[in-house]
Design a protein around this ligand. Structure first.
Ligand SMILES: [Zn+2]
Ligand SMILES: [Zn+2]
Length: 438
C-alpha cells in the first residue's frame, strides 16, 4: 500500500481506502498528479498520476491517499464533499488534527444511525456554534448507562443519526457572539441537560429538570463521542481545579445526577444510613460525598460481585453485600442506581419508617407489585429526572472539597462500542471514559 505524508496550514488528514477500489469521486480537483492549491478549492496529493481519471473526477485505484486543505476558507466546503464521497465507498481509518488555532471542518465521531446496532466510526462535519453556543474540542467523554439505554433502544425517539455522550470535558475553541461567561482555551464540561425553554411552568417554578421543551446532550442533540461538539454556554460548567480531563468527565453525569439523587435521599432530611443499590459510576462518586457528609453507606451489588463490594468498602462504605442481603440495621434512605425494578420492593423492605427510596436511573425494568405495608409508615418511592443547573453548581463546588476521586477505565474514541459492551456486561469498575487522542 502506498504511503505518503502531506499536510498544510497546521492540520492534515490521512485517509486509507481499504479495500482498494475504483471510482471514488473527488469534486473540484482541477489537476492531476501534483498538489493543487487554488483559491476556493483544496489541495489533493495523489500518489500516482494514473489514479486520476479526468479533470473533476478521480478514480483511486489502490492504496493510501493524503489530502490536505488549502489556505482559503472556502475550500472547506469542498473538502467536506470529498469526505462525503469517500465515506460512500471507502473506509476512512485515521484523521489527525494538529492545530490549536485552526479548527478543522470535519472530525471523527462515533455515530448511532439505528438503535440496536453498533455505533459507526465516521467522518462528519465539525458543528458550527450558534450565537449562544460554544464549540468545544473534546478531550474526554464518559460512557453513561443512559448511553446504553439509548443505543439499545430502551429510550425512545433519540435524534438519529446521533452522536451519543453527555459527560463531556474539553476546551473552548470558539464562542458564539452571546457567550460572555467563558474564555477561549478554558476547560469546560457539558452535562445531560443541554437546553430548557425558561418559560414553561416547570422552568418558572425552579424545576427546569422537568422542562416541557428540554433538550438532552447525546440524546436529542449531538453529544461527546466525537472530537468536537457545540453546547449552549448557559448549560455548561467550569471544571473544578485539580481534575484531569479524564477524571472530570464522570462528574458531568454520574456526579451531577448522582448528587441530585443523593440530595433527594438524604441531604434534606436527618437520614444517616444510606443504602446504594448498583455500585457503578454514580454510586462510586456519591459514596465519597456521603462519607464526607458523615453518612453511613451500605452498598448493595449484584450477587457474587465481590470486586464491587470490595471497591465500595475501599471508598468508605461501612457494609457491602448482595442486593438481596439484609443490612445489619434498617436504612433511612436508599438510592437505586441499578436499572432493576425488582429492587424497589426489596429496598422498601430495608428502610425504616419514613424512609425514602430514590430511583436514580432514566430507565428501569418493571417494578413488581408489592404489599402496601412495605410503603406504609410514610415510606416514599420517587424518581430523579435529569438535573438542574443548580445541582451542577452545588455538586461541582463540593466535589473538590471531598475530594471526589473518580476511578476510570479509558477507551479510545473508536472503541466506544467495546466500552458500551463492557458496561453492559458489568465489567467496568467505576466509569468508562472515551479519550480523543489529541
Ligand atoms: Zn421549561
Ligand atoms: Zn448519564
Amino acid at each position: 500500500m502506498a504511503s505518503r505524508t502531506s499536510w498544510a496550514a497546521g492540520w492534515f488528514f490521512r485517509v486509507n481506502v481499504n479495500p482498494p477500489m475504483l471510482g471514488i469521486g473527488i469534486k473540484k480537483a482541477h489537476d492531476t498528479s501534483k498538489d493543487i492549491k487554488e483559491n476556493g478549492t483544496f489541495s489533493v496529493n495523489i500518489p500516482s498520476a494514473d489514479m486520476v481519471d479526468r479533470v473533476d473526477y478521480c478514480g483511486l485505484v489502490s492504496g493510501e491517499m493524503l489530502i490536505s486543505p488549502g489556505s482559503s476558507r472556502s475550500c472547506c466546503g469542498d473538502l467536506g464533499e470529498v469526505f462525503e464521497l469517500l465515506m460512500i465507498t471507502g473506509n476512512v481509518n485515521t484523521l489527525g488534527s494538529v492545530s490549536k488555532m485552526q479548527v478543522p471542518k470535519i472530525m471523527r465521531a462515533m455515530v448511532l444511525e439505528k438503535t440496536g446496532e453498533p455505533l459507526k466510526h465516521l467522518i462528519v462535519p465539525v458543528p458550527k456554534p450558534n450565537p449562544d453556543q460554544i464549540l468545544i474540542k473534546i478531550h474526554a467523554c464518559g460512557v453513561c448507562r443512559t448511553d446504553l439505554h439509548i443505543v439499545d433502544g430502551e429510550l425512545t425517539n433519540p435524534k438519529l443519526p446521533l452522536i451519543p455522550g453527555h459527560e463531556i470535558v474539553g476546551t473552548v475553541v470558539h464562542m458564539g457572539e452571546h457567550v460572555k461567561n467563558f474564555q477561549l482555551d478554558e476547560k469546560i464540561g457539558t452535562p445531560w441537560l443541554g437546553y430548557t425553554d425558561g418559560t414553561c411552568r416547570y422552568c418558572r417554578s425552579g424545576r427546569e429538570n422537568l422542562c416541557d421543551h428540554a433538550l438532552f446532550t447525546g440524546y436529542t442533540i449531538d453529544g461527546g463521542y466525537a472530537e468536537y461538539t457545540v453546547a449552549d454556554h448557559r448549560y455548561c460548567f467550569r471544571v473544578p481545579d485539580g481534575y484531569s480531563d479524564i477524571e472530570a468527565a464522570p462528574l458531568m453525569c454520574a456526579g451531577l445526577i448522582g448528587y441530585r439523587s443523593y440530595r433527594m435521599a438524604v441531604a434534606e432530611s436527618e437520614a444517616e444510613r444510606l443504602g446504594i443499590y448498583g455500585f457503578g459510576a454514580a454510586a462510586h462518586i456519591i459514596t465519597q460525598v456521603a462519607v464526607f457528609m458523615r453518612k453511613k453507606v451500605y452498598a448493595f451489588t449484584r450477587p457474587g460481585d465481590i470486586e464491587a463490594q470490595e471497591f465500595a468498602r475501599r471508598l468508605g462504605a461501612i457494609w457491602a453485600g448482595e442486593s438481596s442481603s439484609q443490612p445489619p440495621e434498617k436504612l433511612d434512605a436508599a438510592i437505586i442506581f441499578a436499572p432493576v425494578g425488582s429492587l424497589v420492593p426489596i429496598a422498601l423492605s430495608r428502610v425504616a419508617k419514613g424512609g425514602t427510596i430514590v430511583c436514580g436511573g432514566i430507565h428501569m425494568s418493571d417494578i413488581p407489585s408489592f404489599a402496601y405495608n412495605l410503603l406504609w409508615e410514610e415510606r416514599v418511592v420517587r424518581s430523579v429526572t435529569n438535573l438542574t443547573r443548580e445541582d451542577g453548581w452545588k455538586f461541582l463546588e463540593i466535589a473538590p472539597k471531598v475530594p471526589v476521586r473518580t476511578e476510570v477505565q479509558t477507551f479510545p474514541l473508536e472503541e466506544a462500542n467495546e466500552a458500551l459492551d463492557s458496561l453492559r456486561r458489568g465489567r467496568i469498575q467505576g466509569v468508562a471514559v472515551l479519550t480523543m487522542g489529541s
